[in-house]
Design a protein around this ligand. Structure first.
Ligand code: TRP
Length: 328
């Protein structure tokens, strides 16, 4: 079976952008591929963070992923730092990576412009990502298009390493477009935590309403009696994911004829979201009440991932003229 690898940062609260854009797709891929998914805490520490909060963020991410339907029987889920081979392979790949390449990465440029102190870790972030993927000889990597440059970089590092030490790493391909795109509450930009425009994935109905209530609608519709244009309205766009087609058609017509106001339309959306995500919220509650179970799933995932990672690292040591025998 073709192997898939992907990583997600333990970014704290999951939102509908994560759910529709990535997590739902991750769940679906487990039907067709051998999937290995990692919560990439070593990537998360390349920017300033609170050590006390990190552990909780990792745990919350695991809860979110499992609650959203990732089945640990059908994929491998683990925390990156629990498999030391990621950092070890990263070091080895460092040695074939041209510095210029790294400093030209757009994500690095963005992040380093905003940072007070630019760490070598932030610069080397893409090498760690390459190590994540290459450790498992993954062929497919589901990512958003903001990660295409990192994937191209990974292929290049694989080629460079292969040219130097022999054909060993396959060049992984990105899998784009499996997720659904969702704009944030501002109606303009992608839903993301850094833009503070999110609807929480695990929110109680009142949290969902508190977020949806603030969503920007058709800017041309100022008063309730003005007819609106659903096709420029982000709230209507979100109805597509949470409201059945008949009701959606009705909303469309009623918006165009000004017989439904934005507040009522938002209420329907908030309700649709809360209903759809109720089972996920419930599973999350269960998992939170059983942290031992979550930790056991992650430990089992790490053990399985490690079995593969050790073999790769041993072969890489060998080809690079290093002695791996002390590791067994
Ligand atoms: N950089 C990715 C992101 O921010 C996360 C990531 C780390 C990743 N390692 C990965 C994604 C390996 C795919 C494969 O989204």
């Amino acid at each position: 079976m073709t192997r898939v690898f992907s990583g997600i940062q333990p970014s704290g609260d999951l939102h509908l952008g994560n759910y529709l854009g990535a997590i739902q797709n991750w769940v679906e891929l487990t039907d067709r591929y051998e999937c290995i998914y990692s919560i990439v805490d070593l990537h998360a520490i390349t920017v300033p963070y609170s050590p006390a909060a990190l552990e909780q963020r990792v745990f919350d991410m695991a809860v979110g992923l499992l609650a959203a339907g990732l089945d640990p029987e059908r994929c491998t889920l683990f925390v990156q730092s629990a498999v030391p081979e990621h950092a070890q392979l990263e070091w080895l790949l460092n040695t074939v990576t041209p510095l210029g390449e790294l400093s030209r990465m757009t994500q690095f440029k963005d992040k380093s412009e905003r940072a007070e102190m630019v760490s070598a870790g932030l610069l080397n972030y893409p090498i760690l990502q390459a190590a994540d993927i290459l450790l498992y000889h993954a062929e497919l990597v589901p990512v958003g298009d903001d990660q295409l440059q990192h994937l191209e970089f990974t292929r290049e590092i694989a080629r460079k390493w292969n040219a130097r030490f022999g054909d060993y790493f396959p060049e992984p391909q990105p899998m784009i477009g499996g997720g659904k795109r969702i704009r944030g509450l501002d109606g303009v930009s992608k839903m993301s935590k850094s833009r503070d425009n999110t609807i929480p994935m695990l929110g109680e109905p009142e949290d969902t309403w508190a977020a949806v209530r603030t969503a920007v609608t058709d800017p041309a519709r100022v008063r309730k009696n003005d007819p609106g244009n659903p096709h420029v309205c982000n709230v209507f766009a979100m109805h597509e994911f949470f409201t059945d087609p008949e009701e959606r058609e009705e909303i469309e017509v009623r918006c165009q004829t000004a017989t439904i106001g934005c507040v009522e339309c938002k209420r329907m959306l908030a309700e649709g979201i809360s209903d759809r995500l109720a089972p996920i919220r419930e599973r999350a509650r269960d998992l939170r009440a059983n942290p031992d179970r979550v930790n056991a799933i992650l430990a089992d995932g790490a053990a399985r991932a490690r079995q593969i990672a050790r073999v790769t690292l041993g072969e890489v040591y060998d080809r690079m003229g290093l002695d791996y025998s002390a590791h067994d």
